[in-house]
Design a protein around this ligand. Sequence first.
Ligand SMILES: *Cc1c(COP(=O)(O)O)cnc(C)c1O
Length: 372
Amino acid sequence: MRRALATVDLESVRSNVASLIGRLSPGVGLMAVVKANGYGHGAVPVARASLAAGAESLGVATAAEARELREAGISSPLIVLGPLTGADLETALAADAEVLVWSLPFLREIVRLRHDQGGRARVHVKLDTGMRRLGLYPRDLPRFLDELATEPELQLAGLMTHFATADEDDEDFFDYQLRAFDEAVQPALLRAADRIRFHCANSAATIRFPQSHFDLVRCGIAIYGLSPFQTDPWTDGLKPALRLTSYVADVKRLTEGDTVGYGRAWTAPGNHYVAAVPIGYGDGVSRGLSNRGQVLIGGRPLPIAGRVSMDLITVDLGPARPAVNPGDEVVLIGGQGEEFITAEEVAAVLGTINYEITCNLSSRVERVYQGT
Ligand SMILES: *Cc1c(COP(=O)(O)O)cnc(C)c1O
């Protein structure tokens, strides 16, 4: 028994990647997004599984994430999707990563570094079509491309944008962004540098809007078998890859009025049994689940009783002598017997999204891989 264990099924990752690729027209590629340690699943194993299943490239958010993949011996195309400061840009280019560009000073910084290091940097121009975080306004694209074309150290590899609402019911803003992207890239499309890739779809857009696929889709959440729509992942043909487990460290019989844990937040309503389970917010199990979350023991859903503490939770086993023993497996995310707790359900209890649930799993959670 391990105290805090994430078991990641790489066969599910491969199946999800293959299922997503199956929705693309021939010639359209899939970038597997493995930023934030593969959404908490482990970047390197997920990257390898995704490439084995047909992903053509990998996406990360930071230079250090790019370096980690290279140090693991992964040689596929790799894009850093986030902004980079000077030292990080050097790291990213040294890792032979492609980078996003949208400002002239940054363009010049790349040129200067490439000049020193030799070789050409592959860059993707990021367009801001409505997210209003990073990127160039479409009206500034023609001039920017002209500037870029004068730099022999730079190779234009792609034009991209990112959607704000691809996962939301209302499609109006999505349509607006897609149209803005489409119009902005038309002249570039016509110039038909056939080595330039156009890309904008995240997982939600990949699943919902085939008209947004262009040359390449960038899928993160869906490759992990998590729903971009916060619904049941299986309805979208996805298989959750991660199972989060702990074990019963102790079972205790309480008498009426006994209180459990910090702040005495749960009071036994009569003679009750509780299990102590050695996993807590130090592992990334949110304290917001105090008196609200559920776990599975012996294939039964049971409530978390009292506060989630840093290293422990307590579970209400009910008034009858339970068929639960020290050493029994406890599931916080995933299946056991006939029951399943999805990351989407945990997120709903906490008022957040599945992305945050798996990203929050800390380095103290041991990752073990199946289906390698
Ligand atoms: C994280 C990210 C993605 C992946 O989004 P998902 O919703 O997880 O599929 C795609 N594109 C960019 C630019 C990103 O930062």
